[in-house]
Design a binder for this molecule. Structure first.
Ligand SMILES: Cc1ncc(COP(=O)(O)O)c(/C=N/[C@@H](Cc2c[nH]c3ccccc23)C(=O)O)c1O
Length: 387
């Protein structure tokens, strides 16, 4: 397979034709100049690409004096990196002649991005979201409805991302003739990990060129939060061939390893199958998926994209945990020192960069993918900090 022993498509027979159809359409689109031009036009004039780099010297004072530069995916339209993947897949939906898109969401950012593209292109849109997540990301639920989407609260299981994905797959099996499942990250069955990575990698392509312009060299390290893995692979991919550039993925450490309440899939999980893909999974000895926990809904997932499983096994990337507490401290520190309120998901990468800066020392230059903005997280922040 594409990612060593990871990836594949472990799905019910009923979904194979739909996956084949999407894979075939993508193979055609990726060399179709009309598609590439329309996608590029939307990324520039609608999503607001290229996003800028912002150096954060006051924040970096807390990172052992290393230089820290942010890739500002929080400045894209809808406020997170998700818009890149969604615009590409929405164009594919139209090429497939389908009139309806469905999606899963946890933090609500992929849901908002999908509803946004559906409104733009006149597609019917249904978003599946765990009832717990509907509660903690209520602002995004309201945005999705305003954008014309139907939000379906999912009440089975842990009522978070994993369950929303299960419900979305059930819908797709029934409605595949007129519906595209607009998958929100680099997990899931082939071809989703490849398609979503290809649509997200513009982040790293821009950042690599921008870092050379800004600092005259490649960064010593690239840091990103890892939920399903799309913003991380999006910023990593353009640097994979650059051996001198270290790649760090930060997972949700939740209440800490000992608490058992975390989403440390790559650092504490084991090889298994989840949502159609062979990858790392948080599972017990019988192979039952263990419920994950994170203060950030977007990282609260017991699986991960197979390309990250491969990057971990080959040693090309390093994955570490960041607890809820560490993430919230980094969240507040960036706001206070640089006037930028990050998404709590992104704050895991910021906390990782503080740790890494102290390790690498004052000559290090660290690029951090600021995957989203923190408007959606103000409810959590108000409670956490008694604002
Ligand atoms: C701002 C922000 N940063 C980082 C992430 C982490 O995702 P990733 O690792 O793919 O970059 C998210 C996830 N937001 C998605 C998470 C998500 C959607 N579908 C998934 C499937 C599996 C795992 C995660 C997701 C959401 O709308 O909740 C996010 O909203």
């Amino acid at each position: 397979g594409k990612f060593g022993r990871f990836g594949g498509r472990y799905v019910p027979e009923a979904l194979i034709p739909a996956l084949d159809e999407v894979a075939a359409e993508y193979e055609k689109a990726k060399t179709d100049l009309d598609f590439l031009r329309e996608f590029d036009h939307l990324l520039r004039t609608y999503a607001g690409r290229p996003t800028t780099l912002t150096e954060v010297p006051r924040f970096a004072e807390h990172a052992g004096g290393a230089r820290i530069v942010l890739k500002r995916e929080d400045l894209t339209h809808t406020g997170a990196h998700k818009i890149n993947n969604v615009l590409g897949q929405a164009l594919l939906t139209k090429r497939l002649g389908k009139r309806r898109v469905i999606a899963e969401t946890g933090a609500g950012q992929h849901g908002v991005a999908t509803a946004t593209a559906a409104a733009l292109m006149g597609l019917e849109c249904v978003i599946y979201m765990g009832a717990v997540d509907c509660e903690r990301q209520a602002l995004n639920v309201a945005r999705m409805k305003l954008l014309g989407a139907t939000v379906v609260p999912v009440t089975n299981g842990s009522q978070t991302l994993k369950d929303a994905i299960n419900e979305a797959f059930r819908d797709w099996v029934t409605n595949v003739d007129h519906t595209h499942y607009l998958f929100g990250t680099v997990a899931g069955p082939h071809p989703f990990p490849e398609i979503v990575r290809d649509f997200a990698r513009i982040i790293g392509v821009e950042a690599r060129r921008q870092m050379l312009e800004l600092t005259g060299k490649l960064p010593d390290a690239v840091c990103a939060a890892v939920g399903g893995g799309s913003n991380a692979i999006g910023v990593f991919h353009a640097f994979i061939e650059d051996e001198g550039v270290r790649l760090y993925g930060y997972e949700a450490g939740g209440r800490g390893l000992e608490s058992g309440e975390h989403a440390l899939t790559l650092t504490e999980g084991s090889v298994g199958v989840l949502h159609g893909s062979r990858t790392y999974v948080l599972q017990d000895e019988e192979g039952q998926t263990i419920e994950s926990h994170s203060i950030s809904a977007g990282l609260d997932y017991p699986g991960v994209g197979p390309e990250h499983a491969w990057l971990k096994d080959t040693g090309r990337a390093t994955y570490e945990g960041v607890t809820d507490e560490e993430a919230m401290q980094a969240f507040a520190l960036l706001a206070r020192t640089e006037g930028i309120i990050p998404a709590i998901e992104s704050s895991h990468a910021l906390a990782g960069a503080l740790r890494l800066g102290r390790e690498l020392g004052p000559d290090a230059v660290i690029l951090v993918n600021l995957s989203g903005r923190g408007d959606k997280d103000m409810g959590t922040a108000m409670k956490y900090f008694n604002l």
